[in-house]
Design a protein around this ligand. Structure first.
Ligand code: FAD
Length: 120
């Protein structure tokens, strides 16, 4: 069987920005690619809300749709405008999946995103 440390390394080194949050989108974990894409290191963003990344130019409807979907235990995929630590805007292609506990209740969310600005 695979050692547990290998799973941890896989997430740490995955070439997509990964974050794990609580049910209110407060950030509990980020991987290395998250730092590359957003400019925030762990010390700067752990405990903050994912809304820290919001450029606020994204239509409210997108956030409403996002929360409507994930709070129903479904996967949301979409694009929104994010802002890096130094203010640079980028188009984020984002997937959010709920993480369920033993009882099937939402315990956390996992977010995965890429900067797709160049693709547009
Ligand atoms: P908020 O006040 O946070 O929310 C806007 C609307 O969303 C509210 O009116 C409400 O309808 C709904 N909402 C907010 N929180 C909840 C909740 N706990 N339960 C139900 N409905 C809720 N946003 C980004 O802009 N960029 C990202 O990269 C990004 N990644 C995310 C990753 C994960 C794993 C999760 C869970 C969320 C992510 N979000 C991201 C969404 C983020 O948490 C904010 O909701 C969003 O940025 C809007 O922030 P706001 O302060 O403008 O509005």
């Amino acid at each position: 069987t695979l050692p547990f440390s290998l799973f941890v390394k896989a997430v740490e080194q995955a070439p997509v920005a990964i974050s794990i949050t609580d049910k209110k989108a407060n950030i509990l974990y980020i991987n290395d690619a998250f730092t590359e894409v957003t400019g925030y290191n762990a010390a700067e963003i752990l405990g903050k809300n994912e809304s820290q990344l919001s450029d606020k130019s994204t239509p409210r409807q997108i956030y409403y749709d996002l929360w409507h979907t994930i709070s129903r235990k479904q996967v949301w995929h979409g694009q929104l405008v994010n802002r890096q630590k130094l203010g640079q805007r980028y188009l984020a292609d984002l997937t959010i999946a709920p993480m369920l506990d033993e009882r099937g209740a939402i315990s956390h969310y996992i977010g995965m995103h890429r900067d797709v600005t160049q693709a547009h």
